[in-house]
Design a protein around this ligand. Structure first.
Ligand code: GDG
Length: 730
């Protein structure tokens, strides 16, 4: 049986209201509730969240059982928790920074952070009451960034997906938060982390590499125990609902009335929650300019503006509300006539039927946030235009602008552009409206909310399978015996051995990691058996390998495969180019000049910047900067950047250990093959090994290898065993 699905968000999809000590619940119509409605109603699935109001202790049991019948589970929060975790940390620290509203006057209160941690733990406790290993847990939004790791600690194998509904800011903004590393570590408890746009994914992965020094390969972050995938899943809406609503008799009635009220007048619609990120004041300013500069629109155009009350106890929101009041008053006082006001402003929420009628009648939707994760209103307007008319003006700062490319896209800071777009929309010929709207509707209908839920859940499953396929087993005594047993029966054997971290431990001095007597002894014994072929495959330069192992009858592969010594002479891979080093060397030099203890290692086809002797913290900081800088300047040069253990290496893209292994194995008959390595360049070796090989990763259990060992000492012990074998009895 497959497990259940547990959805977790700050708010439950119902509103609990108190009246004379009695509580009642009504369902909420948010986009998320609609999209996930079909999910949490099913079987044992459940949705966990705060019921939206403080509930006295003696009523909590009753509410819990009421909600239980709806597949809902409450997390009860006190007023203090709400004000510190939700209003304080979530809405006064995370929301502004994530929407690019970092203020130099931001106060980062320790108590807000402590409550944020405490409440995330409270959510974790409720989740853990019902979660079981085979379940899928889908966590939503910025109030619960720490939750994935809190659940992971207790249920290491459970599937956890996370979706962020707001933008993820660029690293330069994100780094301002005092607890930035803790937030990322919290999120990385998930297996799949979803965002609305590719930019958000990039910002997030960049923050991870800059702050946590994890390995990143495109959108996959490798942790010691797991890999985590970050991906864009642009959220959709229930477009059928909006198309149907627009045709319902109730809405038709509203439409009729609106048409009568605005006979001969074009309406420009604006709908948002009260929030500074929505660009409401800038929109009013643009509309005012249009009125001022186009007298022909007087008495002919109306801005119908709905602002839904939200967070208005927070001082900034209160200020914004007052400012909107003033601006609207000002515009109306300047331009109104006896029968006409340019701005119809409502500070309240409306039933969805009225919203639908407004969407269906407005000639123009003016949606110009300064920043918005997605913006569902823009999609709802499109879905409601069943006659394929109407014009959408959309800010390029809204996530939805990446999909709704047939809208009139504007930069909300550019007043001239906004004015022009409003004029263009009001004057747009019907044919152009239709051309654009047909394409917009196709997009909104294809990528609807059901599609969004399905692809997220499918991907979560895939990530889990990918992790399983990379999960390696410890080389136990039983496994060791089994390996020795196979070995003893074979006669054409090959050993691929990585050097640093595999055969020797990690040494702060690169030159001190030379082989010791014990290692020489182990290798001598291995090659003493004529049935064994031993290959040392390392990222080290060939001069060093020659110095250390030149006298041994073994194959040496240096510089990740750029050089090979197969039959006594060193040869380089054909057709490699090293001219790129001329431009990259100076970049590395600027970093080593400014980072005491760091140095550059030059190999024939690669350059490495080592920071093993740099003060802890500084080395990591510079390495992050350097890797980003290099990614930027090497983009089109056919180079790869490999962050390793205290080293950043740049080399030709063609060079990799896997290719060297594959080339060597070609035409080679074998009955026993073994490969051991510790870093991610060895993953290429593992992947290139023939089926049935013994592949062993050192120091981590997430790898393409079949098995893992903890350190080089265990590797030596295993290798010693091959040559001290007592014949194994069947
Ligand atoms: C966050 C992110 C992201 C509005 N007025 C009324 C009303 N609404 C409904 C709309 C729409 C929803 O509220 C607003 O959604 P948005 O996406 O536009 O914005 P946020 O609330 O800020 O949502 C955002 C979203 O999460 C999803 O991931 O797109 O970027 O900020 O559905 O229809 N509904 C009713 N009456 C109203 O007066 N019934």
């Amino acid at each position: 049986m497959t497990g259940k699905i547990i959805i977790v968000s700050n708010r439950l999809p119902v509103k609990i209201q108190e009246k004379d000590g009695e509580y009642s619940s009504s369902s909420s119509e948010g986009g998320l509730a609609t999209g996930l409605g079909s999910v949490y109603h099913e079987g044992h699935n459940v949705w966990i969240g705060w019921p939206g109001t403080e509930i006295v202790a003696e009523k909590q049991q009753e509410i819990t059982s009421q909600l239980h019948d709806l597949n809902l589970m409450p997390v009860f929060l006190s007023q203090e928790e709400i004000s510190e975790y939700y209003e304080g940390f979530s809405n006064e620290v995370l929301w502004p920074i994530f929407h690019y509203y970092a203020s130099t006057y931001s106060t980062y209160r320790q108590s807000n952070w402590e409550f944020y941690q405490q409440v995330n733990q409270k959510f974790a406790d409720v989740v853990l009451q019902v979660a079981e290993p085979g379940d899928k847990i889908w966590i939503h939004d910025y109030q619960l960034l720490l939750l994935p790791a809190l659940i992971r600690q207790k249920l290491p194998d459970v599937s956890i997906g996370f979706f962020l509904h707001i933008p993820f800011p660029s690293f330069e903004l994100f780094r301002l938060i005092p607890w930035r590393a803790e937030l990322l570590e919290g999120l990385l408890g998930a297996d799949l982390i979803g965002f609305h746009t590719f930019d958000d994914v990039q910002h997030f992965t960049q923050a991870c590499t800059r702050l946590l020094h994890v390995n990143l390969s495109s959108n996959i972050i490798s942790l010691p125990d797991r890999l985590v995938v970050a991906e864009a899943f642009p959220m959709g809406i229930d477009e059928e609902k909006y198309a149907e609503l627009a045709q319902s008799p109730e809405v038709q009635q509203e439409i009729k009335q609106l048409k009568e009220t605005f006979a001969g007048i074009k309406t420009v619609l604006s709908i948002d929650r009260l929030d500074y990120s929505k660009g409401i004041l800038q929109r009013l300013q643009a509309f005012e300019e249009v009125m001022r500069n186009n007298p022909e629109y007087l008495e002919k155009v109306v801005l119908y503006m709905i602002v839904v009350p939200s967070r208005d106890t927070v001082p900034q929101y209160k200020y914004l509300r007052d400012e909107i009041d003033k601006r609207v008053g000002n515009i109306n006082s300047l331009f109104r006539t006896l029968n006409w006001s340019p701005v119809h402003y409502f500070y309240r929420s409306f039933p969805i039927e009225i919203l639908s009628a407004l969407y269906a009648t407005a000639n123009v939707a003016l949606i110009t946030p300064m920043r918005d994760g997605m913006n569902l209103v823009s999609k709802e307007y499109v879905a409601s235009r069943i006659k394929n008319d109407g014009v959408l003006i959309l800010s390029e700062m809204a996530g939805s602008s990446r999909e709704l490319i047939d809208a009139l896209i504007v930069n909300p800071n550019n007043m001239g552009m906004m004015e022009n777009a409003i004029r263009q929309a009001l004057e747009m010929p019907a044919e152009e409206q239709e051309n654009r709207m047909v394409k917009l509707r196709k997009n909104v209908s294809k990528f609807n909310v059901k599609h969004w839920v399905n692809i997220f859940m499918d991907r979560l499953q895939e990530v889990k399978e990918l992790q399983q396929s990379l999960r390696t087993r410890y080389v136990s005594d039983v496994t060791t015996k089994a390996i020795y047993k196979i070995y003893a029966k074979t006669s054409k054997r090959i050993f691929f051995l990585d050097y640093d971290g595999t055969l020797v431990g990690f040494n702060a001095d690169i030159n001190k990691a030379s082989p010791d007597k014990e290692l020489y002894r182990v290798l001598e014994d291995l090659v003493a058996d004529p049935l064994n072929k031993v290959v040392i495959i390392s990222g080290r330069d060939y001069e060093t390998l020659e110095k250390w192992f030149g006298h041994f009858p073994i194959v040496l592969i240096a510089d990740h495969g750029a050089w090979q010594k197969l039959n006594g002479t060193w040869e380089s891979m054909p057709n490699l180019n090293d001219t790129w080093k001329r431009s990259i060397y100076p970049v590395l030099e600027t970093y080593s000049d400014r980072t005491p203890g760091s140095f550059i290692e030059e190999k024939t086809y690669s350059l490495a910047w080592h920071y093993r002797n740099v003060e802890t913290g500084l080395g990591e900081l510079r390495a992050g900067e350097l890797a980003n800088n290099l990614r930027f300047i090497t983009g089109d040069q056919g180079l790869q950047i490999l962050p390793g253990n205290k080293v950043i290496e740049v080399k030709n893209i063609e060079i990799n250990k896997g290719r060297a292994v594959a080339a060597l194995l070609q035409g080679y008959e074998l009955d026993f093959a073994l490969a051991i390595g510790d870093d991610h360049t060895d993953e290429d070796t593992f992947k290139a090994m023939p089926e049935n090989s013994v592949t062993i990763k050192v120091g981590s259990n997430s790898s393409a290898a079949k098995y893992y060992l903890n350190d080089f000492k265990e590797v030596r012990k295993l290798l010693k065993g091959f040559t001290t074998l007592v014949p194994v009895n069947e």
